[in-house]
Design a protein. Structure first.
Length: 139
């Protein structure tokens, strides 16, 4: 199973894990890579870094981005993904880019706390809680 993590899940894992422990638990499960593969949207790499610097400072942000890159696959975002994102019926282009990346990467699910924002996604959005339940029943 392949799961692309939305930026809100990655930000939670880095600096909001006390408020959203399921995001951290999902990241840790996927980082092990035993039964499922986790991906980071390449289109959001710099946005992730920017948001983390505002939350936890540049040094820690660099550490987390490096850790995410080392433990998860960075999903490519290219001209084909950009074209697909523009065709999707999303209110938010950033979310459309993430959904298009998940589609191009062959993902089964998109992990997000904003399922409503991905209602038009060709890849089904699921909360970290839903995915953890699913992963725990298939292991």
């Amino acid at each position: 199973m392949k799961i692309l993590l939305d930026l809100n899940v990655l930000i939670d894992a880095a600096c909001r894990w006390q408020r959203y422990p399921e995001s951290l638990a999902l990241y840790e499960f996927l980082a092990q890579g035993a039964t499922a593969k986790g991906l980071i949207p390449g289109c959001g790499y710099t946005t992730l870094y920017y948001v983390l610097t505002k939350q936890i400072g540049e040094n820690m942000a660099r550490r987390f981005v490096a850790r995410f890159s080392d433990t998860l696959e960075v999903a490519r975002f290219d001209a084909e993904c950009a074209a697909q994102a523009l065709k999707l019926q999303f209110d938010d282009l950033e979310d459309a880019c993430i959904a298009a990346t998940a589609l191009a990467s062959g993902c089964d699910f998109l992990a997000t706390r904003d399922s409503a924002g991905f209602a038009a996604s060709p890849i089904p959005p699921r909360s970290p809680e839903q995915l953890l339940k699913r992963l725990n029943t298939t292991t």
